[in-house]
Design a protein. Structure first.
Length: 389
């Protein structure tokens, strides 16, 4: 058995689990559990030591520690279709720019026909194999993408922990991405089922490679969906939920603000900068910091002019207070701006965030209840989820 961290041909007959070959390899325990309800699997890299009783032990054979591989994504697999090739994610996008998306999509969806004499009719369109054979001379000068980046004969298979066979909730579901992988394995077996380079298999091979390419494109689209957008893994993991020093505010127009300025409510400053304001108060009145913090908390929501003066002094100190401000969902760099807090509102009942008109287009603000949230640098404001006011 190959160690974790190496690519493994999941269609290889050498892979066995409990003396049985996993179903088409793509659901092998090597790549994660079959369902979202499976118990964690504890093992070393060579799988000689397994089970929770061995947790923490060092395997004498491979020298690795026995750990949970429930989320161990180091082991990756691939489906080998050599000597044939398909376009990689980057290769497909490169040809989409060169030929337009419709042009490359037409190539991977159309199949040459056979005339009454059994000959393949040349329709003028290249096949995926033609693109591969002529790439260095005809296409590389135009795309600039090395051939080994544009094409692959090893289709990557990512961990089954990220695409379990069954997902339990209100209903039991099988993720579509598994259907794409099963289709690729089926097509791979078709390619391997007969002697290579038989002329009478030309159309069958083209059709099979086209299907593999289409399935792989759907796998890539699924991965993109998992990573990007409002429900993507990055935003869900890194930029969602309430965190310390965060605020959520409705956007309002500040016509007298410069492009790098923002005005915020009194209560927002009192909550988010409690430590700094308490430190100012402690030094100003010569009182213990614990008492100062209590006074800040007591005057957090009822406007107190003494604290207004402290806040204004704080905002004018050194270079001022700068913040990262964004309007969720944060899916573009244009929706995150570095901006200085100019002052708190004169109106004690104003709980909105005043923004200059210069940046509203970047935030896609349209004054229908949209919100902004902001993150400070250092002892600062941080981005939160959605509108709270």
């Amino acid at each position: 058995m190959k160690k974790a961290g190496l690519n493994i041909d999941i269609t290889s007959s050498d892979i066995y689990v409990n003396n049985k070959k996993p179903m088409d390899g793509i659901f092998s325990p090597l790549f994660g559990a079959d369902t979202t309800q499976d118990a964690p699997i504890f093992t070393c890299d060579c799988h000689k030591l397994t089970g929770g009783t061995n947790l923490g032990r060092i395997c004498p054979d491979c020298g690795t520690i026995v750990r949970s591989i429930e989320a161990d994504l180091r082991t990756t697999g691939y489906i080998d279709i050599a000597p044939y090739h398909i376009l990689t994610y980057h290769g497909y996008n490169a040809f989409a720019k060169l030929m337009t998306k419709d042009g490359i999509a037409d190539i991977v969806s159309s199949v040459k026909r056979i005339n009454a004499r059994g000959k393949i009719v040349d329709d003028g369109k290249p096949t995926i194999m033609d693109l591969y054979d002529n790439y260095d001379e005809e296409y590389f000068p135009k795309t600039g993408l090395p051939k080994n980046y544009a094409f692959t004969s090893k289709i990557p298979v990512y961990s089954a922990r990220l695409r379990p066979l069954m997902r339990f909730g209100i209903n039991m579901t099988i993720l579509d991405v598994n259907k794409y992988y099963l289709s690729i394995v089926k097509c791979r077996n078709i390619l391997k089922s007969a002697p290579l380079f038989r002329m009478d298999r030309g159309v069958e091979i083209q059709r099979t490679l086209n299907q593999i390419q289409q399935d792989f494109n759907l796998v890539c689209a699924h991965v993109e969906e998992q990573c990007n957008g409002k429900t993507g893994a990055f935003r869900k993991s890194l930029a969602s939920g309430r965190i310390d020093y965060s605020a959520r505010l409705v956007i309002a127009l500040g016509t007298d603000l410069m492009a790098h300025e923002v005005d915020v409510p009194y209560s927002t400053m009192m909550v988010l900068f409690e430590e700094e304001i308490a430190n100012y108060l402690s030094k100003l009145d010569d009182i213990p910091i614990t008492k100062a913090i209590s006074l800040v908390e007591e005057n957090c929501y009822e406007r107190n002019e003494k604290f207004v003066n402290i806040i204004n002094q704080f905002l004018r100190s050194k270079y001022g207070v700068w913040a990262f401000i964004n309007r969720p969902p944060t899916i573009s760099e244009n929706s995150v701006d570095y901006i200085r807090i100019r002052k708190i509102h004169d109106d004690p009942d104003d709980n909105t965030m005043h923004l200059p008109p210069d940046i509203l287009v970047l935030l896609a603000a349209d004054f229908d209840g949209d919100c902004g949230s902001y993150r400070n640098h250092g002892p600062a404001l941080q981005e939160c989820g959605c509108c709270a006011l």
